[in-house]
Design a protein around this ligand. Structure first.
Ligand code: HEC
Ligand code: HEC
Length: 457
């Protein structure tokens, strides 16, 4: 499907905002500049070049490889994007919107690799990339570079020490940050410390960016101070010293403006208004105390719910220590503790923040670890699949979320790693789909009504 219409319409809205509303002028143009930085500025060393990308198919298993061999170049590129969960750039389908491609043909991962996805084949600004196959991409790139005798990059090497993501659509992003921060002091100077071997690797589903404006703290456990500096953690590779962080601060003010300007997308289908109105009442009685209210007078409590009460997977909480949480806010990223002073009691990591549910239809899969494929499954805790696999871009309109194949176990026999990563196995550590049993208090009719209401947010 062509991703352009949504993207264009969104930019158009921003342009109209610039022309029509003088007060919003400055912020809207900052936001547009921020989007431009995300698309064009490579803040990390390059991952690979065009020649590598165009030959990746030679590393694929059969019958995919033969199919690619017989296909024209444009089709091969489309197949590569599908395999790795990438989206074609609206202006140039030979490259991906999630990587910055330089004039020399080098591809560099950007924030959008995890934070720009598709829903039902349509690009929606700020939707998480629930298809990203980072580990498979990195493995294929490394094998090909060895064959082409090209030097290995930081991802090729880093992934030998650290798992990148064991299920497509989720990444070990939190632990990348912990591992990189280990070699910095509070002012981000590089310091030599022995590597840590006690890291708790686990995969996370990136949150929707349109929640940013609603929140006062960041991350699943809500401990991190909100601000443009906190957004720069992803740039902690050794090539970026403290002077680069200082030099790029203004660009990240613009990037923050872009993220904060994002609106939740509207449900594109029909809505049964009277059913949704009934659902609103049920939601007010059973859900709003944690998730807030919506519409013009809506308010969001940003409530931290203890792990015992919510009962979802706890590995994410145990993967960070209180010291690591407080040191992050006390570093340059939190203006040496000036940001997030009100979050001090969250350093202990006692639970997860109930997220805002605006545009929730477009941010499947659900929960911080992405373990539940649809809103229907969130509402039916006893029916959540043990193992599931999504179709490449299928959207399930009736259950509201990813179109999936549900299974009791992985397929028999030995699976190639690239195939195994297509399956979400909720029995693995950090991947449990249990908990959040609050919907059990609802009757079947009430659940149907709440599902309809959730589409309207
Ligand atoms: C490899 C994937 C990946 C990349 C690349 C990445 N992020 Fe994230 N991001 C995540 C994940 C996963 C989380 C959730 C972490 C958590 O809650 O513990 C997250 C959380 C966030 C949040 C917090 C949202 C919230 O509601 O709490 C913001 C904002 C954000 N990222 C911005 C960025 C920016 C800006 C960049 C680029 C400089 C970036 N991210 C690069 C995966 C990524
Ligand atoms: C006691 C507080 C509480 C109540 C009550 C509650 N929730 Fe939640 N909800 C949470 C928390 C905390 C999370 C995050 C869990 C996680 O990610 O591990 C969550 C997550 C969710 C998510 C997934 C959001 C996402 O983007 O991944 C949905 C959907 C949701 N809740 C819907 C509901 C509905 C519908 C109700 C009412 C039937 C409800 N919740 C009642 C606390 C609550």
């Amino acid at each position: 499907m062509d991703p352009r219409p949504v993207e264009r319409r969104f930019l158009w809205c921003l342009i109209v905002a610039v022309l029509a509303c003088p007060v919003a002028d400055a912020r809207a143009s900052d936001a547009l500049r921020g989007h431009e930085h995300l698309l064009t500025h490579a803040y990390l060393p390059p991952d690979f070049d065009q020649e590598v990308f165009d030959a990746l198919w030679t590393m694929w298993e059969e019958p995919l490889r033969s199919r690619a061999e017989a296909a024209p170049v444009a089709e091969r590129r489309r197949m590569a994007m599908e395999r790795y969960g990438l989206l074609p750039h609206p202006d140039d389908p030979s490259r991906s919107v999630q990587y910055v491609v330089g004039v020399d043909g080098s591809w560099t991962m950007s924030c959008l690799a995890c934070h720009q996805g598709q829903v039902g084949g349509r690009l929606i600004p700020g939707a998480p990339n629930s298809s990203y196959a980072l580990e498979t991409l990195t493995e294929d790139v490394r094998m090909l570079k060895v064959k082409q005798r090209k030097p290995l990059g930081h991802m090729d090497m880093g992934s030998l020490l650290l798992p990148l993501g064991t299920t497509n659509g989720t990444t070990n992003a939190v632990i990348f940050g912990v591992a990189l921060m280990r070699h910095r002091d509070a002012a981000l100077n590089i310091v030599q410390r022995p590597p840590r071997f006690d890291l708790v690797h686990h995969d996370m589903d990136a949150p929707a960016w349109w929640h940013y404006r609603r929140r006062n703290s960041l991350y699943a456990d809500g401990f991190a101070a909100k601000g443009h500096r906190m957004l720069m953690q992803f740039l902690l590779v050794k090539e970026n010293g403290p002077e680069k962080f200082a030099a790029w601060e203004d660009e990240f003010r613009d990037i923050e403006a872009w993220i904060a300007a994002l609106e939740p997308p509207r449900w594109p289908g029909a809505i049964d208004a009277s059913l949704a109105a009934a659902g609103q009442g049920v939601f007010a009685a059973h859900c709003a105390s944690c998730h807030g209210t919506y519409g013009p007078d809506g308010s969001y409590p940003e409530r931290l719910v203890s792990i015992d009460e919510v009962g979802t997977d706890r590995v994410r909480l145990d993967s960070l220590t209180a010291k690591e949480r407080s040191e992050l806010n006390a570093s340059w990223f939190g203006h040496m503790g000036a940001d997030g002073a009100d979050l001090a009691d969250r350093a202990a990591g006692t639970g997860y923040v109930a997220p805002p549910l605006d545009g929730v239809w477009a941010s499947a899969p659900y929960f911080h670890n992405g373990s539940v494929p649809t809103l229907w499954h969130v509402l039916h805790p006893g029916e959540r699949p043990t193992v599931w696999r999504r179709t490449p871009t299928g959207y399930d309109e009736s259950r509201v979320g990813l179109e999936v194949e549900e299974r009791d176990a992985l397929p028999e026999g030995k699976l190639l790693p690239s195939v195994r990563r297509q399956y979400f196995d909720t029995r693995k550590p950090g991947k449990s789909a249990a908990g959040h049993d609050f919907p059990d208090a609802l009757s079947a009719d009430e659940k149907t009504a709440v599902l309809e209401y959730l589409k309207t947010l």
